[in-house]
Design a protein around this ligand. Structure first.
Ligand code: FES
Ligand code: FES
Length: 211
């Protein structure tokens, strides 16, 4: 018998396919947490003074959602570009591509980061989590479920980034105050102005995670 969306529905009543279709049609926003320290990669002695030709490819190993991908990249390529165009994970969205909107937010070592402003080579040997990595098999994770249940989007273009910002916040603060939620989401823009429901989703997600 043919499989359909209804067949995919899990215990919470939502399917992965349906959710990704819902938010995946658009997506872009502002992203990284203001609470986070700057991302730094220690330079090695041999790095100093090295000028890579733009076309020279380097091999990096990126640990994304628990799977290590060995990929050839140009040193100038952003993590966002590599995630979407090389690895093929399109849950992370491209909005402004210059650190203004947050649509591209991922977690690097559990901290929200703009992947458009992070070079792929910087992310080597880090733990990278994208919105796909919040799934539990075919079932939505608690933050994704909270966004659905509180109707925390309109066009959905910002939603992947908003979810990752909230996920990062909740990995740092289990039960954030309204002020901490607003600060945690402050790097992510929503052009539809769905902020009240996004903030409500963050509170609901904290409850779901604590169960
Ligand atoms: S795409 Fe807008 S901040 Fe990265
Ligand atoms: S930009 Fe449309 S839901 Fe946020």
């Amino acid at each position: 018998m043919e499989k359909n969306d209804h067949d995919d529905k899990q215990g919470n009543g939502y399917s992965r396919r349906g959710f990704m279709q819902f938010i995946g049609v658009g997506a872009g926003v502002v992203g990284a947490s203001l609470l986070s320290p700057p991302l730094r990669r220690p330079l090695k002695a041999e790095d100093v003074g090295t000028i890579f030709p733009a076309s020279e490819m380097v091999k990096v190993r990126l640990a994304v959602n628990g799977t290590v991908h060995a990929v050839l990249v140009e040193p100038r390529w952003s993590l966002l570009y590599v995630l979407r165009e090389i690895i093929g994970m399109t849950g992370t969205k491209i909005g402004c591509d210059r650190g203004e909107c947050g649509a591209c937010t991922v977690l690097i070592d559990d901290v929200p980061r703009y992947s458009c402003m992070t070079l792929a080579v910087e992310a080597e040997n880090r733990t990278i989590t994208t919105v796909e990595g919040l799934m539990k098999g075919e079932e939505l994770g608690p933050v994704q479920t909270a966004f659905v249940e509180t109707d925390a989007f309109q066009c959905g273009y910002c939603t992947s980034g908003q979810i990752m910002a909230v996920e990062g916040l909740l990995r740092k603060v289990e039960s954030p105050s309204p002020e901490e939620i607003r600060l945690g989401c402050s790097g992510n823009l929503c052009r539809c102005g769905a902020y009240p429901n996004i903030f409500a989703a963050a509170g609901k997600a904290a409850q779901l995670k604590s169960k």
